[in-house]
Design a protein around this ligand. Structure first.
Ligand SMILES: Nc1ncnc2c1ncn2[C@@H]1O[C@H](COP(=O)(O)OP(=O)(O)OP(=O)(O)O)[C@@H](O)[C@H]1O
Ligand SMILES: [Mg+2]
Length: 451
């Protein structure tokens, strides 16, 4: 999928949108949760340090002691990460049972206001809370309570881990639904593209089916355009053939007049008239044949089966050229992407030429390979010299009249030099071509190739 395709662009936008959205949710959730947990933690520690202050008393010697243990049992568990310490300089020091090693800095606060900071404690970095209370007849008492920072970090990282997994799943679900929406949304476009393809190949005359409103408007316009185009082409064909037909009669009159002039002894002028008239006639015949060709028709069935077209042609050729043998060889059921009438016109021109020029045999060989259809018409006649293989395609170029071989059917039945040019023009209408090559053992091989 390329970025220039609409599908690619939508997918990229969804990808960016999901990444940005999920990233923002992840970041803000972690921030909010961390602040919330930290606040709660600090509040709890403050409560604990207050409780510690409330439970401490001085004995008769001025040494601090607790009236009862702290309510949170974690202060009694060795190295639990929850510690307290009461210090009265020169009068002694009290530590929580959990603090079996190390010591807390009692100098954290210098007033009754509770202060906190992060310190190195008995089991790693700790959040320490402390305050100071004046005591009668001596130095003040320092109260310190501490919790390992790792407890807080542990809660935050467990939350972050779980959140990350859930958000990843959410992102995947969002991406999958995005892809599904794009696929569904583009289905009408796929159908439209198939319909336009069928239209182009001539399988359909119009774009059928119902589409979502936005596309239906385009389909309606396209159909109107197709109808209008077909109408213009049809009108052009009718105009061209009526022009050709309307020229026939005046041309026949001119030819008759020229022949009268020739009889009256005005040879030079008459020959110019006759020559030009026959050129006009050839041009008219050529263009009439082109107008009849289905290649320019809209909505023609695209395939012709050789089984339907070739046998009747061979029969007709055997009647026209009774002295020659005609045969064909091709895979059964082979069809070519061409209108049947056009295929018939093309092959009959080639078979007629081959029939005129062959010594004894004409054969058709057809195949479809690598996306290319080839129909070859072979004969065992004299062939066409390489340097003439372009000129024979010119309209009106016929060698028949120059033929000195009086016995050849070409000489007996002179052509007008249109067959090859018409056949090549039809093949090119279908994106193919007509080329000439040597047949095996001499003779000509005319090759119609169609993609
Ligand atoms: N199979 C062939 N063998 C030898 N020469 C050929 C063969 N096919 C065509 N030619 C030469 O090419 C010329 C042009 O052929 P083309 O079919 O265009 O015209 P035509 O056969 O003379 O007239 P038309 O087909 O209009 O009746 C022919 O006059 C002939 O000289
Ligand atoms: Mg011919």
């Amino acid at each position: 999928m390329r970025i220039t395709s609409l599908r690619g662009r939508f997918l990229l936008s969804i990808l960016l949108w999901v990444a940005l959205g999920i990233g923002a949710i992840w970041y803000s959730s972690v921030r909010l949760f961390t602040t919330h947990v930290e606040d709660q933690y600090h509040e709890e520690l403050e409560v604990h340090v207050r409780e510690l202050g409330g439970l401490a008393e001085l004995d008769a010697q001025g040494r601090p002691h607790l009236t009862r243990p702290l309510s949170d049992p974690r202060y009694a568990q060795p190295l639990s990460g929850f510690y307290w310490q009461i210090t009265r300089p020169q009068f002694g020091e009290l530590k929580s049972p959990s603090m079996t090693q190390g010591e807390l800095d009692d100098d954290i606060a210098h007033s009754p206001r509770i202060l906190h900071r992060v310190e190195n404690g008995p089991t790693g970095p700790t959040i320490v809370y402390g305050f100071l209370r004046d005591a009668p007849g001596g130095p003040p008492i320092h109260f310190v309570i501490a919790t390992d920072e790792r407890h807080l970090q542990h809660i935050i990282s467990a939350f972050t881990r779980e959140l990350t997994v859930w958000l990843m799943l959410l992102a995947l679900a969002l991406l999958a639904s995005g892809v599904a929406i794009i696929t569904l949304g583009f289905r009408p476009f796929n159908r439209l593209s198939a319909a336009i393809d069928a239209l182009r190949k001539g399988e359909q005359r119009r774009i059928g089916g119902t589409y979502p409103d936005e596309i239906q408007a385009i389909v309606t316009d396209l159909n109107a355009y197709v109808d209008r185009n077909a109408e213009i082409v049809e009108r052009g064909r009718v105009e061209a053939s009526s022009l050709a037909h309307s020229l026939r009669t005046p041309l026949a009159v001119v030819t008759d007049e020229a022949e009268l002039l020739l009889e009256a002894g005005q040879g030079d002028a008459a020959r110019v008239f006759l020559d030009q008239s026959s050129r006009m006639q050839r041009q008219i015949d050529y263009h009439l044949a082109r107008v009849r060709s289905g290649g320019s028709k809209a909505g023609v069935p695209p395939r012709a089966r050789l089984d339907d077209v070739v046998p009747p042609l061979l029969d007709a050729m055997r009647r026209c050229h009774p002295a020659k043998s005609f045969s064909a060889q091709y895979p059964p059921g082979l069809s070519v992407p061409m209108d049947a009438d056009d295929l018939s016109e093309t092959l009959s021109n080639l078979l007629d030429n081959a029939g005129k020029w062959a010594r004894a045999e004409v054969w058709i060989d057809a195949s479809a390979r690598d996306g290319m259809h080839r129909i070859e018409v072979h004969d065992d006649g004299p062939g066409i010299p390489h340097d003439q293989r372009q000129t024979v395609f010119e309209i009106g170029h016929s060698k028949d009249l120059d033929s000195i071989d009086g016995e050849s059917s070409a000489a007996a039945n002179p052509g007008s030099g249109l067959g090859l040019s018409i056949s090549r023009a039809i093949a090119r209408d279908y994106g193919g071509d007509l080329t000439l090559a040597d047949a095996t053992g001499g003779g000509l091989r005319a090759i119609v190739s169609l993609p």
